[in-house]
Design a binder for this molecule. Structure first.
Ligand SMILES: NC(=O)c1ccc[n+]([C@@H]2O[C@H](COP(=O)([O-])OP(=O)(O)OC[C@H]3O[C@@H](n4cnc5c(N)ncnc54)[C@H](OP(=O)(O)O)[C@@H]3O)[C@@H](O)[C@H]2O)c1
Length: 247
């Protein structure tokens, strides 16, 4: 294990599976202390942490439902005790509860807004004071192409993902002079369990519309995250990684 005190600390919400797992692994191999946050599946989170540690990196798994403000506070307390404050925040955790608007229940609306959007309010509020004080910080919010184009049966998800874009631009305005950048990544359709849950005919229809003629891989998004961490003069932007689906 390398000396954790000389490394920057990154929190990846939902860092245990899918896109988040690829981001955790990429950053674990790139000399960061990685906090792999998860909600339910501690086996998957431990798998990612063990992979990072066996490659010589530093990582810890911490359970926390980031939709809950009190649990977020607990998460940040644990991180500070283990690695010190968060320097880089990757807001990646997200869920879908797809349903046509006329059938959508308030609970399905709220669950998606709380998990995909209000969670980012929670984590940013806890991360920003330290970032401003040290005059360095990176916040990367994983939005979606659906926040740009809309999606059938996804009024809740599209509202949350479009909300993240407006949130990021506004926070970028407030923090740019303090050395803190805030950007979004808008993935297209990426090969993860979230996409595997879609009916096969729907997925085939989507693939037919992607100019690159295939789904993206989780590593494509992790590469975008690495770039945005290095980028010092880029803030308030959306990095579209979507195989040309939306230009
Ligand atoms: N896959 C795509 O094609 C695609 C496209 C555009 C955008 N995105 C966005 O990319 C992000 C990752 O998507 P994915 O496909 O990798 O999802 P995924 O495979 O379903 O993984 C979701 C991750 O989020 C965690 N999570 C869910 N709810 C949470 C909560 N309340 N608190 C903390 N962690 C929570 C899960 O942890 P547990 O397993 O422990 O519950 C898991 O680690 C999401 O924001 C998604 O909207 C995905």
């Amino acid at each position: 294990m390398n000396n954790p005190t000389t490394k920057k600390t990154v929190l990846v919400t939902g860092g245990s599976r899918g896109i988040g797992a690829a981001i955790s692994l990429e950053l674990g191999n790139s000399n960061f202390n990685v906090v792999v946050n998860y909600n339910r599946n501690n086996e998957e989170a431990n798998k990612i942490v063990n992979k990072i540690i066996s490659n010589g990196g530093n990582a810890i798994a911490i359970q926390s439902n980031i939709a809950n403000k009190n649990e977020c506070e607990g998460l940040f307390d644990k991180i500070i005790k283990h690695f010190g404050p968060v320097d880089i925040l990757i807001n990646n955790a997200g869920i879908t509860r797809d349903k046509s608007f006329r059938k959508m229940q308030l609970s399905e609306w709220s669950e998606v807004i709380d998990t995909n959007l209000s969670s980012v309010f929670n984590t940013c509020q806890l991360a920003i004071p330290h970032m401003i004080e040290q005059k360095y910080g990176r916040i990367i919010n994983i939005s979606s192409v659906i926040g740009q184009t809309g999606g059938f049966g996804q009024t809740n998800y599209a509202a949350a993902k479009a909300g993240l874009i407006g949130f990021s631009k506004s926070l970028a305005l407030e923090t740019a002079k303090h050395g803190v950048t805030v950007n979004c990544i808008c993935p297209g359709f990426i090969n993860t369990e979230m996409v595997a849950e879609m009916p096969i005919q729907v997925l085939d229809g989507i693939k037919a519309k992607i100019p690159a003629a295939k789904l993206g891989e989780t590593e494509d998004i992790a590469n975008g995250v690495s770039y945005l961490i290095k980028a010092t003069y880029m803030t308030g932007q959306c990095l579209n990684i979507n195989g040309g689906l939306y230009m």
